[in-house]
Ligand binder design. Structure first.
Ligand code: BEZ
Length: 206
């Protein structure tokens, strides 16, 4: 089971964009997500939504990569159908994992599922390939692309180490300052609670 702070296991696999390795993505943020099966309604809605939002992930210097047990040819046929039905091209890679080798290495199978077809897991990897957040949804519930973008943006803000992200934060909202950690610092604060709770403006990606 992959845990927060772990380096994600490398792999090489066939995908709809040709052979790829996880290590090719070093230096960029990556959202790696599994879906239960091609040609299913919830998964189709997710892929349409993610394809439409691909530019927003790219603007955050984040790549998308999908994975399921279905074969490469199944992925390609499904992507063609999505193109014809919805007028969107899914141009992020979709990996085939027929032996479940990758899914098992990441602990996707054990997350909430009785079999591989019930897994809807999302991994947010930083530019060093380290797992910074993950979500696990049941097959019946589609993910929110807005929430994926919100988590990614929040992770990028805290990655610098100088701020924290409060509840219900969305980009542009105030952040929280990292608490002061010494008596010398806390006695200088104006109010008694300022040392551990002070809001600071969100300066964006700066
Ligand atoms: C779906 O994506 O619609 C789905 C996939 C597997 C089981 C149930 C629903």
């Amino acid at each position: 089971m992959l845990r927060l702070g772990d380096e994600a296991p490398n792999f090489t696999a066939r995908s709809t964009q040709g052979p790829i390795s996880l290590s090719d993505y070093r230096g960029r943020w990556l959202v790696l997500f599994s879906h239960p099966a091609d040609f299913t309604p919830v998964c189709t809605s997710e892929f349409v939504a993610l394809a439409k939002a691909a530019g927003e992930f790219a603007a955050l210097d984040c790549a998308l990569m999908a994975l399921s047990v279905d074969s490469l040819y199944s992925h390609l046929a499904w992507i063609r159908l999505i193109h014809d039905m919805f007028g969107v091209t899914v141009d992020f890679p979709i990996i085939e994992d027929p032996t479940l080798e990758i899914a098992r290495a990441y602990g996707m199978i054990g997350c909430d599922a009785v079999d591989a077809a019930a897994v809807r897991t999302t991994y947010f990897l930083d530019p060093d390939g380290v797992l910074r957040a993950s979500t696990c949804y049941p097959a019946e519930v589609g993910r929110s692309v807005d929430e994926m973008l919100r988590i990614l943006t929040a992770l990028q803000r805290v990655h610098r180490g100088s701020c924290l992200v409060p509840a219900n934060w969305t980009p542009g909202d105030d952040l929280l300052r990292v608490p002061r950690a010494s008596v010398a610092e806390i006695v200088k604060e104006k109010n008694a609670g300022d040392w551990f709770y002070t809001t600071i403006p969100d300066k964006g990606a700066a």
